[in-house]
Design a protein around this ligand. Sequence first.
Ligand SMILES: Cc1cc2nc3c(=O)[nH]c(=O)nc-3n(C[C@H](O)[C@H](O)[C@H](O)COP(=O)(O)OP(=O)(O)OC[C@H]3O[C@@H](n4cnc5c(N)ncnc54)[C@H](O)[C@@H]3O)c2cc1C
Length: 566
Amino acid sequence: MKRHEVLIVGAGLAGQRAALEALRLGAEVAIVSKVMPVRSHSVAAAGGINAALNEKDSWKDHAYDTIYGSDFLADQDAVEVLCREAKRNVLELESLGVVFSRNRDGSIAQRAFGGQRFNRTCYAADRTGHALLHTLYDQLMKFRPVIYAEHYGLELIMEKNACKGLVVYDLASGNIERIYAKAVLLATGGYGRAFSVTSNGHANTGDGLALALHAGLPLEDMEFVQFHPTGIYGKGHLVSEASRGEGAHLLNGKNERFMKRYAMHAMELASRDIVSRAIQTEISNGNGAGPRKDHVFLDLRHLGEKKILERLPEVRRSVLDALGIDVARELVPVIPTAHYSMGGIPTDVRTRVVLNERNTPVKGLYAAGECACLSVHGGNRLGGNSLLETLVFGRMAGKEMASFVKNQTWPAPRAKHENHAQKRVHALLKGRGKCNPYDTRRNIQRLMMRHCGVFRNERGLRALQRRLRACKVESFKWNIGDTSTQFNTALAEALETQNMLDFSFAIVESALARQESRGSHYRTDFPMRNDAIWLKHSLAWLVKGRIEVGYKPVVIRRIKPVERRY
Ligand SMILES: Cc1cc2nc3c(=O)[nH]c(=O)nc-3n(C[C@H](O)[C@H](O)[C@H](O)COP(=O)(O)OP(=O)(O)OC[C@H]3O[C@@H](n4cnc5c(N)ncnc54)[C@H](O)[C@@H]3O)c2cc1C
């Protein structure tokens, strides 16, 4: 049994920023991460981070673009904090050593990004996440926090709506342990891996969402899954929006810049939901490219080799690695790819996890970064706002926790706190059925992609519901094939697959219930946005093996909902 004042689950940008803040304020901090900290998915972020730095820009314009982009589902109080705090947070990271790309006068360079009326995306070539995460890690190391790397969070320790710690599985030893804490932060990132075509790293399996769901807490707005328009065809890896920000065009199989039909003014730089739907529509209408007419092209050739090497070196390298194509000379085949989860663990603006429609906080439990739903992105996130969210709200979580733990006593340890997690692991190790978790995982991914992608409808979602239930039945008949105690990755992947299945039900049920189209959630059977009924957040609870859906209001301040056009 171990204990720490502050326990942070996740070592991406949100977790590390929170840790740094709590440590600076004198709290004692430990971090749990299932991967080595600097391998967290934040390291892969490419295109940049938004902040109104220029004197002609303002945080209010940034807030407007964010709320408009969210299709008015974002909570405006949270968006105000995000945008007001942006400049300070980006400049702080600069002073800590992040090597941002520069203008000639030495100021931080900013590029155009989708859905924004000003060039406000700061970048370090197309390796922004790498630059941010490594700088933050250096700073963190000065404080020498305890880091439980390659420890897998299995279950939250909860007592009467208060969080007391986490049960973990140590991948190296195979031991199950309790780590008690006065405050716990969930910073476990996204869940793109629940889809067969995704830009996300292998670790992005949404475990934190399952930790919340299994603790009886709701998940918010799970139907809103962002598909990034330009995943590499056949792979899903991202071609960063930075390429379109720098001027790349989209072409269909007839060599047409088709975006003029969907977003006359913004063209390729309309918001991601709109560009992804445009691509999918072109493909459905028979205007796709290639022998199967199942993709479109991204054209960077006119940008020239010099600009590509200077601003988009990773885009060039990754497309070359994946397809052997040089973007400076050839067209890149692309398709929409599952990229980001707008929904997640509901929190208030102070990052405290809430347990119901009335925003009652859970004592000692916080969430930040992609796993959290504040909600600053509403129905659709703007590129560059997620890195910003991890810093602004990671920092806030660190501050909140450091102050909260001051007046708290240590939780009383009890052996029974790990009983349930022990049973779950042993059942997987002992299973001798005829099914295997890898097949189930592949099934879930294919089904989610097919029925819960860029376009959805009731028929598809009902079919998905039935087939996910069959996957659930299958999961009771698994034989994971490896019973070793050291680095049992089969066990870890089985646990992840169980988690994926549980939150996928929350996505499907929330998507079925929402009979309108808003942001990334597009129902072909309900193609209009309907503010009279649906200007509200969904909440999904897991109750006795079934998902129950409820709602809470959206926080509207200065900006009234209007129809969205780009
Ligand atoms: C390819 C790509 C490019 C992107 N580019 C941009 C961009 O240019 N601009 C932008 O704003 N956004 C971008 N995004 C989105 C952005 O990078 C992420 O939303 C953000 O970095 C998430 O940070 P995080 O700290 O919340 O989570 P992550 O960085 O994903 O970290 C999650 C952490 O949780 C830990 N964890 C998870 N489950 C468990 C468990 N069960 N037990 C223990 N630990 C666990 C992991 O080990 C990891 O340390 C991009 C995303 C991708 C995939």
